[in-house]
Design a protein around this ligand. Structure first.
Ligand code: SAH
Length: 342
């Protein structure tokens, strides 16, 4: 079986090339080609024909195909549906901000977390993405759009901490100075809160931003929305978040999707403020995106405003996430779902 060359870190690639009787600078040349989006060994014109043929024999290069592309007329957001080697599809979204371009990428094909409001989990988990396939979303979004990417958010399809090793390897690849060289501080990772993995990530002590999808301050509400909460509740999760901050010094961002009549009452707001009192944090509110398969609806403007007011009165940092790409199904798993059913 051929090996996935783009999933190797530079020292590993150097070792592979040494096995083939080649000097380290060859590995560096190949690494640079791969990380600038080369689609085949034949493009690597500074390598000998003989070496290219031997590489071809031993390795393959992942190249996702654009299965669909949607561009928002409102704000220029671009959504890609990528077809992978085995025919599975994942999504990435390129968002354009004044401070630079950001790409939201997927970490798995499907998801097994089962959050009740999320389109990505409806068909369950199909498989993990390889490090190369996660990286490709950044590489080929940049290549295809012609827009330089400066920020990455791991907030697309899948639970990144459920694919821990591949995601960590991706992070090491994308931050490599010989590759895309994106700073860890320009990367956010969003999790539904797998506590052991949050602990592990804290030990790995990366300077990325951790976002935790909280969505409710109490176990009753959170377990109703997110099955993951049944095995370890809100208090345990928040304790893990405080420990994470202690280890890394990085403030945690809590995601909170406002759902009409479910988690958006003044009682929820007060409880949330209480629970976050001793946590260095930032709350990111987002109005729920309606998913046709679920009965939940977004909160009213009044409830949103009241909720913000209570958090601010209690000195909690809070912002409302601006919605981009509302006209192009640019949220979690919606495009993949549509392509599966059509
Ligand atoms: N599995 C990770 C990352 C993927 S989801 C996680 O759970 O964090 C990215 C974010 O979008 C999460 O905060 C998720 O809860 C939220 N989300 C999912 N479906 C949504 C919807 N319909 N409306 C608003 N936010 C949603």
């Amino acid at each position: 079986m051929k090996e996935d060359i783009k999933s190797y870190l530079l020292p590993e690639l150097t070792e592979k090339l040494a096995e083939m009787g080649e000097l380290p600078y060859k590995a560096l040349q190949i690494f640079r080609w791969l990380h600038s989006g080369a689609a085949s060994f034949s493009e690597m014109t500074n390598l000998s024909k003989d070496l290219r043929a031997r590489l071809e024999e031993r390795f393959y290069i992942t190249v996702p195909e654009v299965a669909q592309k949607q561009v928002s007329k409102k704000d220029g957001t671009i959504k890609y549906l990528w077809r992978l080697r085995d025919g599975n599809c994942v999504e990435s979204v390129l968002m354009r901000y004044r401070h630079g371009n950001s790409v939201c990428i997927s970490s798995q094909v499907g998801c097994r977390m089962g959050c009740r409001f999320c389109a990505s989990t409806l068909g369950g988990l199909v498989r993990n993405l390889a490090p190369s396939e996660i990286l490709d979303q950044v590489l080929f979004t940049q290549k295809e759009s012609g827009l330089k990417i400066s920020n990455i958010v791991l907030m697309g399809i899948g639970e990144p901490l459920d694919n821990y090793d591949n995601v960590l390897r991706f992070l090491r690849l994308v931050t490599d100075e010989n590759g895309m060289n994106i700073g860890m501080r320009h990367i956010s990772l969003s999790t539904c809160g797998l506590i052991e993995k949050v602990d592990k990530l804290g030990d790995d002590n990366l300077q990325l931003t951790l976002s935790v999808s909280l969505h409710a301050p109490d176990d009753e509400t959170r377990s109703r929305l997110m099955p993951v909460n049944k095995s370890c509740g809100v208090d345990e999760l928040l304790a893990a978040c405080r420990a994470y901050f202690k280890k890394t010094g990085r403030r945690i961002s809590f995601e909170y999707a406002m759902i009409d009549g479910v988690n958006d009452t003044p009682r929820h707001a007060k409880l949330l403020a209480d629970k976050l009192k001793n946590t260095v944090s930032h709350v990111n509110l987002i109005l729920l995106n309606k998913v046709s398969e679920s009965n939940f609806s977004p909160s009213s403007r009044e409830n949103l405003e009241a909720f913000i007011g209570i958090l601010r009165d209690n000195k909690i940092n809070v912002t409302v996430r601006r919605r981009l790409g509302g006209d192009i199904d640019a949220s979690c798993g919606q495009l993949r779902r549509k392509s599966m059913s059509s």
